[in-house]
Ligand binder design. Structure first.
Ligand code: GLY
Length: 432
């Protein structure tokens, strides 16, 4: 069969690589892909938000199934466009993707499903939001633990965590007056800030059956010991001991099942990857947000451990027969992914630096280097083309062994300005 993967990051390289390992799959295309997907699969020069171009490619190349990686095409309605043309596609519809595309929609679903989450208020203009904050906190201006969120997609920057009234008023101004997130700020929510440890739990669902995946942990901050600015994710490992079996089944019962059920009851069934961003508070897990796709880089160590044929699971989801797929099989060994980044990331960085040592790293056992921001230059060298460049992924008999192997591979790879965090998975090592 022929499969098309949409996207160009490390997540999509991992998806395409894993799909390509199926004996049932003859060809994997990636649109637009990166240098890694060009090596393992076949790249197609169609952007991931060019919905008409993707449909045209799938039709003219008789693609059997399309798998969509990123949230933007999902929120734009790529799944609806494919289904209208009778094409099989994995991911939620535009209406269901609002779980990530609209914070207001997500909060209303959580409320209807009685899923634990922070209390919130919705606003359409700055003045009413400011009035609410000033009235509610008239006596405690210096301790205002709130989160102000732009309703729409804002490249991961639309949730502003505040401590004081000035910070809250500044966040409202940024979203609703200065319009820094454009139309994503047409509406906003203000919710109570929660404290605890953040964790994410991902599941695959066909709208009825839910298969919960082993928990993976991301490292969002740029520098070691969770210091520095937020990034797209500097590394991840799987499984994480921060979510035990008891918490996992609690989240299944009190978060995932009611959410999927309410979506179905509202005649807006959710099919695809449901990613619950959680805060583990002293009162129990609370949902911070939903994403409607695999996390990046969590996807890389997760799929590296998956033994079940991914295309079987994807097809069963699309055909709404996920109940016929047995429990997913996983390699017992833990895995970790270390992101190697460009100098300057997460702010400005240069592109086009030649990457060396990839072949050497690929020869190490239990290692796979997933590409993210890479491309080929005119001389066919693999060069940097983004902030997060590579996701060096490895497995080992323990988390420490997996870490050792991943950093051994990192050492083989070099380009001008390459850097990475040195402490990926240390939290897990400390608790095991
Ligand atoms: N790693 C976080 C995300 O993909 O949103």
């Amino acid at each position: 069969m022929k499969v098309l993967v949409v996207g160009n990051g490390g997540r999509e390289h991992a998806l395409a690589w894993k799909i390509g390992r199926s004996s049932r799959v003859d060809r994997v295309f990636v649109a637009p892909g990166n240098a890694g997907t060009a090596i393992d699969c076949e790249n197609v020069a169609v952007a991931s938000d060019d919905i008409a171009g993707l449909v045209k490619f799938a039709k003219s190349n008789e693609i059997d199934i399309t798998v969509v990686g990123p949230e933007i095409p999902l929120c734009m309605g790529v799944v609806d466009a494919f289904e209208t043309e009778g094409l099989r596609v994995f991911g939620p519809s535009k209406a269901a993707a609002q779980l990530e595309g609209s914070k207001v929609f997500c909060k209303n679903v959580l409320r209807s499903a009685d899923v634990p989450t922070a209390d919130f208020h919705e606003f359409r203009d700055a003045s009413s939001a400011e009035r609410f904050v000033n009235e509610r906190y008239s006596e405690t201006p210096d301790d205002v633990p709130l989160v102000v969120k732009a309703d729409g997609l804002a490249a991961g920057k639309g949730a502003i965590v505040c401590n004081t009234r000035d910070e809250v008023l500044e966040a409202i101004d940024q979203i609703a007056r200065r319009r820094e997130f454009g139309s994503a700020g047409d509406r906003m929510i203000i919710e109570d800030r929660m404290s605890g440890t953040e964790a994410s739990i991902l599941a695959i669902t066909d709208g009825r059956t839910i298969l919960t995946l082993p928990p993976a942990e991301d490292h969002k901050r740029a520098h070691d010991n969770d210091a520095g600015p937020n990034t797209g994710g500097m590394g991840a490992y799987c499984p994480t001991p921060s979510i035990d079996e008891k918490t996992l089944s609690w989240v299944d019962e009190h978060v995932l099942v009611p959410t999927v059920h309410v979506m179905k009851r509202q005649r807006n069934p959710f099919r695809g990857i449901l990613y619950a961003g959680l805060m583990l508070t002293p009162q129990g897990p609370r949902v911070l947000e939903y994403n409607v796709r695999f996390g990046d880089p969590e996807c890389q160590p997760l799929l590296f451990r998956l033994k079940t044929d991914l295309i079987d699971v994807i097809e069963a989801t699309v055909d709404r027969r996920l109940d016929q797929i047995g429990p997913l099989e996983w390699d017992n060994r833990p895995s970790i992914c270390v992101v190697m980044a460009s100098e300057g990331y997460p702010t400005a960085y240069e592109k086009g630096r030649v990457i060396r040592g990839l072949e050497e790293a690929a020869q190490l056992p239990d290692v796979k280097v997933f590409h993210a921001g890479t491309t080929h230059d005119a001389g066919q060298n693999v060069v940097t083309n983004g902030g997060r460049v590579l996701g060096v992924t490895a497995m080992g008999d323990s988390i420490s062994a997996a870490k050792l192997q991943a950093y051994k591979a990192v050492k083989c790879i070099r380009w001008d300005g390459a850097w990475c965090r040195k402490d990926i998975s240390d939290k897990a090592i400390a608790t095991t």
